[in-house]
Design a protein around this ligand. Structure first.
Ligand code: ATP
Ligand code: MG
Length: 215
């Protein structure tokens, strides 16, 4: 279980708190949806959960371990083993092919690269382009799905997805949401930031990020 414990965060010298003294548990096997107006702090919260940002106060725990206080190298190892992260704007390596971008998610995994699984994921999400193309040669929605494949390649136990359907038509978005639900059904903790209020309202675990509060 991933937990926020009395967590507070503000960026460097900024006055305003993005999150203020918030506590919350995220359980395995659930999809939690984060909503809130643009600029409210959804991405920031995901970065804190991924240990890419350090709390200004309070802590992030993984099954009771205070992971947010771990040294950098241990946090990086924890991220590689535990997390699949989908950035809001995909953030693919422009110098490498699509297939290599997907496989990048498995770099720290022992054994040969899971090439077949990478192709299966691209097919599942309908990325029907030459996998040797570079990210600059595909559409924004395709890039977003490549980022999702990269995040899911290791079947991570914690999936953090920032607007993973922002650039997608509704049928393709359905495929993505189904895959996120499937990951949760298999036991992952899934946390998704979205502006899709209608979709979010279908989920039992919904958090609104607003004025430093999540709830
Ligand atoms: N590196 C940074 N330094 C200072 N302020 C930042 C930084 N990154 C984000 N912010 C500010 O923090 C606030 C929260 O940003 P964040 O990106 O978490 O919002 P969001 O809810 O994800 O918004 P959106 O829906 O537009 O993606 C915003 O006011 C933003 O301007
Ligand atoms: Mg955001």
């Amino acid at each position: 279980m991933i937990s926020l414990n009395d967590l507070s965060f503000r960026y460097h010298d900024e006055q305003s708190w993005i999150i203020r003294n918030e506590s919350h548990d995220f359980h395995p096997g659930t999809v939690t949806v984060l909503t809130g107006v643009s600029g409210s702090g959804k991405s920031t919260l995901l970065y804190l959960l991924a240990l890419m940002l350090s709390p200004t106060g309070g802590r992030v725990l993984d099954s009771g371990d205070v992971v947010s206080r771990w040294p950098d190298f241990r946090r990086a190892q924890w991220r590689a083993e535990r997390i699949g992260f989908v950035f809001q704007d995909a953030v693919l390596d422009q110098s490498r092919s699509i297939i290599d971008n997907v496989l990048e998610g498995s770099l720290f995994r022992p054994g040969p690269p899971p090439i077949e699984r990478a192709h299966d994921l691209l097919e599942k999400f309908g990325v029907q382009v030459d996998p040797l193309r570079k990210p600059g040669e595909i559409s924004g929605g395709q890039a977003q799905r490549v980022a999702l494949c990269r995040a899911l390649i290791n079947s991570p136990s914690l999936v953090l997805a920032d607007e993973p359907t922002g650039n997608l038509d509704s049928d393709t978005a359905d495929i993505v949401w189904d895959a996120l639900e499937e990951a949760a059904t298999k036991g992952a903790t899934v946390i998704v930031a979205t502006h899709d209020r209608i979709r979010a309202s279908k989920y039992q675990h919904q958090l609104i990020v607003e004025n430093g509060r999540i709830g």
